[in-house]
Design a protein around this ligand. Structure first.
Ligand code: HEM
Length: 265
């Protein structure tokens, strides 16, 4: 381990720049693809909103969400993972071969060559994800009772790489993306501008070629809150087999539509 004093200013500048580059375009592109997929899948959007409202009703009823509250948004995390499976921010990754080696498949890789694996292709392979691999289905990430995101084989989902060089910012990325997604979707209803073309631009990061042009409307949470209340009264444990629901938390009548709607309006 190097002594603290031996890090030059230039070295520290590079570390800081690396964090900015690794942590900005990756998360922002993932969010563009996420918001687009959500606009195309109203069923998923409703489940995300139900989950967030349930957590808000049970908790303080106001934004921003706290760390523990964000941690409970399992369906949202599943939807973000599903986004990264289909549209990985880093679509392919290369490794430089330092010394002659043989891969588990028997392929010889000579020193000085490079091995590139396609994260994009791996997310869309039938033999890894099944026949419905091209569908946007956050449910595939959830345990059967819908209460936690299942731990897939670490080398099956490689949007953050895996093993010793796994993304250092993975947990931070989920925290940031969940917080932003929740804040935007609770306040706004997004619709893609008619005629806008959504296309991929292959680069070091998987951009949207023309960005994502959306119309931003106001979100009416009343139908969602009605559903949250209705299921809470019925005492059903989950929504659509996925999302843990609000039980009577002793605040019945005190967490009103008005209280919940006010901070997010
Ligand atoms: C959706 C968001 C993100 C995705 C998809 C992502 C993806 C990746 C991938 C695939 C790698 C491995 C690159 C390689 O093996 O060559 C990586 C490495 C890394 N990421 Fe992320 N990343 C994300 C967000 C972040 C954030 C927010 C930070 C920091 C604030 C960050 C910091 C890093 C660092 C420092 C490495 C290098 C780790 C190493 O080489 O040991 N990433 N990331």
């Amino acid at each position: 381990m190097k002594k603290k004093e031996s890090y030059s200013e230039k070295f520290l500048q590079h570390v800081a720049l690396n964090f900015i580059l690794a942590g900005r375009d990756t998360s922002s592109n993932a969010l563009s693809w996420f918001f687009w997929l959500v606009t195309q899948n109203p069923r998923v959007e409703e489940k995300i909103l139900l989950e967030i409202c349930t957590v808000l009703v049970e908790a303080r009823g106001e934004l921003p969400l706290g760390f523990e509250e964000v941690d409970r948004l399992m369906y949202l995390k599943a939807a973000l993972s599903e986004t990264l499976r289909l549209y990985p921010s880093v679509p392919e990754d290369s490794k430089h071969v330092v010394s002659d080696d043989v891969l588990p498949t028997g392929v010889h890789v000579p020193a000085g060559s490079a091995v590139t694996y396609s994260i994009y292709s791996m997310g869309r392979m039938k033999f890894i994800w099944g026949d419905d691999c091209s569908e946007f289905k956050p449910e595939r990430w959830l345990s059967p009772d819908g209460t936690k995101v299942e731990g897939h084989d670490a080398y099956k989902f490689v949007a953050f790489n895996a093993g010793p060089r796994i993304c250092l910012g993975k947990d931070l990325a989920y925290l940031q993306m969940k917080s932003i997604a929740a804040a935007v979707l609770l306040r706004h209803r997004l619709t893609v501008v008619p005629g806008h073309r959504v296309e991929q631009k292959m680069s070091l990061t998987l951009f949207m070629k023309y960005g994502l042009m959306v119309e931003v409307g106001t979100r009416d949470l009343r139908p969602i809150l009605e559903k949250v209340k209705a299921v809470a009264v019925e005492g059903s444990p989950t929504i659509n087999g996925g999302v843990a629901l609000a039980k009577d938390n002793g605040h019945e009548g005190s967490t009103t539509d008005h209280q919940l709607a006010a901070p997010v309006a």
